[in-house]
Design a protein around this ligand. Structure first.
Ligand code: ADP
Length: 442
């Protein structure tokens, strides 16, 4: 022999890696003693009349004892382990007299304490068939066990596996409980944060509305002065000034008027948002309101080369009565019509329509043959100052109108909604609570 070979090394089973993975999944190595396992080793000693019994789990390089009865060891190297032979074959092993068995005679477990002579081990087989270790009995004197003894040992080994399984399930449950406790805590924390963020946002929003209402006022006064003097200038230069001077004055007036309009809209929105507008409810018929709206945008529509038509079922029209603040509804409807005209094409059309939805709502729709709104931008609609990329289109606007319209309609218990297809057109509609039939008209 050229080098030393341990002729009696326990065999390594073919499923060694899977077996170890299964063993580690139980998370039982190096844990504290547990009564469930100690009870089984005690039972082994009592039932089978032996001084020693233990549960051995065979790790990569050692055997570790989960429970021992009559033995003062915690672990030994795998090399010298009897149980490792059981694991190697996954079969029960009986050694009647180790000192007479050439495989074990020179083992330190035989030649030194605990001076084992007799050994019988039953494999601990997982449901998948991997052998984790053994339940075994031992004695310091030789023995020949009965078949009943071996049968009992195997049955108790099955119970050890059941206990291991329970150990694993308890562990999983504990982990799961801890996870869910952590999740609950996290959720509570997030909720608190959300609440705080909401309160902060509401506070900031109120502050913003108040600021806007205040500043709009401060801006209007000097601006009106600028506009007033520009008008005077316009009349005076008309007589003798050069064309460029006339153009400058026109620019001042145009810019000033735009600015004033923006300020008015801002002031309006700030009022609506801070809840400082008073709504006066009254019964009114919706069709005349649409006629009025169509009339008001006539000039704008002509300038854009757009035809505005009104569709209404005359017989139903009398019943299309709503209960709301008429001037605010007109404001909201006008915003929709103005948009339908502005975001249209030359030669295009706008159609107004009113009808009842189940006698509960009156729906006012404004359809157009305009440029439409690309789907990815549609969710920006109704966001203050959002012009959806039209800010460079040359079409004037502020991105405030729809926000204000929505707030107004909602404050009156209604809804505003739309559908749009890019390059085809849009439909915007307002649903207003329909008024009860007036008994005096029947
Ligand atoms: P403004 O018209 O002053 O920009 P609005 O709040 O009324 O503000 O509208 C916001 C944006 O929604 C507009 O800038 C425009 O891009 C888009 N939009 C509104 N109505 C229509 C419509 N009928 N067709 C296409 N785009 C529209």
């Amino acid at each position: 022999m050229t080098h030393h070979v341990h002729t009696h090394s326990p065999p390594i089973p073919h499923d060694e890696e899977e077996r170890l993975a299964a063993l580690y999944a139980y998370h039982v190595l190096d844990t504290e003693p547990e009564e469930a396992f100690d009870r089984i080793t005690r039972l082994c000693c009592q039932l089978l009349g032996v001084p020693i019994a233990y549960v051995a789990l065979v790790d990569r390089h050692r055997q570790w004892f989960k429970s021992t009865c009559g033995l003062e060891l915690h672990e030994t190297p795998r090399e010298i382990s009897f149980c490792a032979h059981v694991v190697g074959s996954a079969e029960p092993l009986v050694i009647s007299d180790a000192s007479a068995d050439p495989r074990f005679a020179d083992s330190p477990l035989v030649t030194q304490t605990p001076h084992l002579r007799f050994y019988a081990g039953a494999p601990l087989l997982t449901p998948a068939g991997h052998c984790l270790g053994t339940l075994c009995i031992a004695d310091r004197a030789p023995r020949i066990p009965t078949s009943g003894t071996l049968d009992t040992l195997q049955q108790l080994a099955a119970i050890v596996v059941d206990e291991l399984e329970q150990h694993r399930i308890r562990l999983l449950l504990r982990q799961e409980r801890e996870r869910s406790q952590r999740a609950t805590l996290e959720l509570a924390r997030l909720n608190a944060e959300l609440k705080q963020a909401k309160e902060e946002a509401a506070r900031a929003n109120r502050a913003k509305s108040e600021f806007l209402a205040g500043i709009s006022h401060e801006l209007r006064t000097p601006l009106n002065a600028v506009l007033g003097f520009a008008q005077v200038l316009e009349q005076e230069v008309a007589a003798g000034a050069s064309t460029t001077q006339v153009q400058y004055v026109e620019q001042i007036l145009k810019g000033g008027r735009n600015l004033l309009e923006l300020i008015d809209e801002l002031l309006g929105l700030a009022r609506i948002e801070s809840g400082r507008i008073e709504l006066t409810e009254q019964r009114f018929s919706i069709v005349p309101l649409l006629e009025e709206g169509a009339e008001l945008v006539r000039g704008l529509a002509a300038a854009h080369g757009v035809t505005v038509t009104l569709e209404s079922d005359e017989s139903a029209a009398v019943q299309l009565t709503v209960c709301a603040d008429r001037s605010r509804i007109l404001q909201a409807v006008l915003n929709l019509i103005t948009n339908a005209v502005k975001y249209n094409r030359r030669g295009g059309w706008v159609q107004l329509e009113a009808r009842s939805i189940g006698g509960v709502w009156v729906r006012v729709s404004v359809s157009d043959s305009g440029i439409g709104i690309p789907v990815p931008r549609q969710r920006e609609l109704f966001h203050p100052f959002s012009r959806l990329g039209r800010e460079t289109s040359g079409i004037e606007g502020t991105g405030i109108g729809l926000v204000a319209a929505r707030r107004l309609v909602e404050q009156m218990g209604g809804q505003i909604s739309f559908s749009s297809e890019e390059g085809v057109g849009s439909v915007f509609w307002i649903d207003i609570p329909q008024a009860e039939q007036d008994p005096s008209q029947n």
